[in-house]
Design a protein around this ligand. Structure first.
Ligand code: AMP
Length: 307
């Protein structure tokens, strides 16, 4: 199965205690596509300005991503500038310049309107609604967002949430959105607004999956070297959705596996700035990392061990 993704394509300037990158390739749809392309066919829809260095997305094309839905508009590409301290779980936005995104009206090409899987990556919620109106109801619609939209476009955001099957959101944003301190209460509240499935990303601490009434918790893989967490959430979503689309299944067990695949992809993404780590990533490395996750949370407990 293939996935249609609509989201931001960006030039990111990021500083962490471990280095920095200026005007590097980023954006929610780019990180998502790079990650998901290891598992499924991806069709990317977005916009860039006429200042965008086209060679930047060459590697997505090499990965088989269909980039024919990327529009080039007169003006500047979307730019995001962020910083992280030693707590790499918290991104501090320094600047957001929507630029060509300000007047972007996504036009989903006819051939892409009937894709089975749709990922509404982090982008203005009104644009997410616009996309939903153009597509034939997919088998699964998943949604991501961020504090920028929670703070500025809450009404539109709640409207999109009510129309999707699955919401992927990070823990700080889940709390901000629901005004609930407990992640379980936050996830349950989001479920009551529409999506039957909610995935809460917890940065280096892992991820929580709420699938109807069931809960699954994935650990975060302890890593020795983390350089830049930007795009970890989108790489997670890419691995997660890419795996679901590859399996063409939405049952609980497949979703649990998908959470691990997503976690593995995010763990690679943070090892270098921008999308660099995914450029030379191999399937053998992915398999090995998934097995590390399996080992990390597996333990024996026999009946005779009971107190
Ligand atoms: P994450 O996976 O949550 O770390 O998302 C990182 C990506 O989100 C960066 O590459 C940014 O370009 C992009 N981004 C930051 N702010 C926004 C925004 N307001 N709308 C859409 N994308 C954004």
């Amino acid at each position: 199965m293939s996935i249609l993704v609509v989201g931001s394509i960006a030039l990111d300037s990021v500083a962490t205690p471990f280095g920095k990158a200026e005007e590097a390739l980023g954006g929610s749809a780019v990180h998502f596509s790079a990650s998901a392309s290891f598992f499924s066919k991806i069709h990317l829809v977005g916009v860039v300005g006429d200042d965008f260095p086209e060679k930047e997305i060459e590697f997505l094309k090499v990965r088989g991503v269909d980039c024919s839905g990327i529009k080039i508009e007169k003006g500047k590409t979307f730019r995001w500038k962020g910083e992280y301290g030693f707590d790499l779980n918290v991104a501090q936005t320094i600047e957001t310049h929507l630029n060509v995104f300000s007047d972007f009206a996504p036009q989903i090409p006819g051939a892409l309107r009937e894709k089975e899987f749709l990922f509404l990556a982090n982008i203005h919620p009104k644009l997410q609604l616009d996309v939903l109106q153009q597509v034939k109801r997919p088998k699964l619609v998943a949604l991501d967002t961020m504090n920028f939209w929670i703070q500025g476009e809450l009404e539109a955001l709640k409207k999109v949430i009510s129309k999707v099957d699955l919401m992927i959101i990070n823990e700080g944003e889940a709390r901000e959105l629901t005004k609930e301190a407990s992640l379980l209460k936050a996830a349950r509240l989001i479920q009551s607004w529409g999506p039957a499935v909610v995935v809460i990303k917890r940065g280096e601490y892992g991820a929580l999956l709420l699938h109807k009434n069931d809960i699954f918790s994935a650990p975060g893989l302890p890593l020795e070297s983390v350089k830049d967490p930007t795009g970890a959430g989108d790489s997670f979503a890419g691995g997660f959705m890419g795996y679901l689309a590859r399996k063409n299944s939405l049952d609980l067990e497949t979703m649990k596996q998908a959470v691990i695949v997503g976690s593995a992809m995010a763990s690679f993404n943070v090892e270098d700035f921008s999308c660099r780590r995914l450029k030379n990533l191999t399937m053998a490395e992915i398999n090995q990392r998934i097995n590390e996750f399996k080992k990390l949370s597996h333990f024996e407990w026999k009946h005779s061990d009971n107190f």
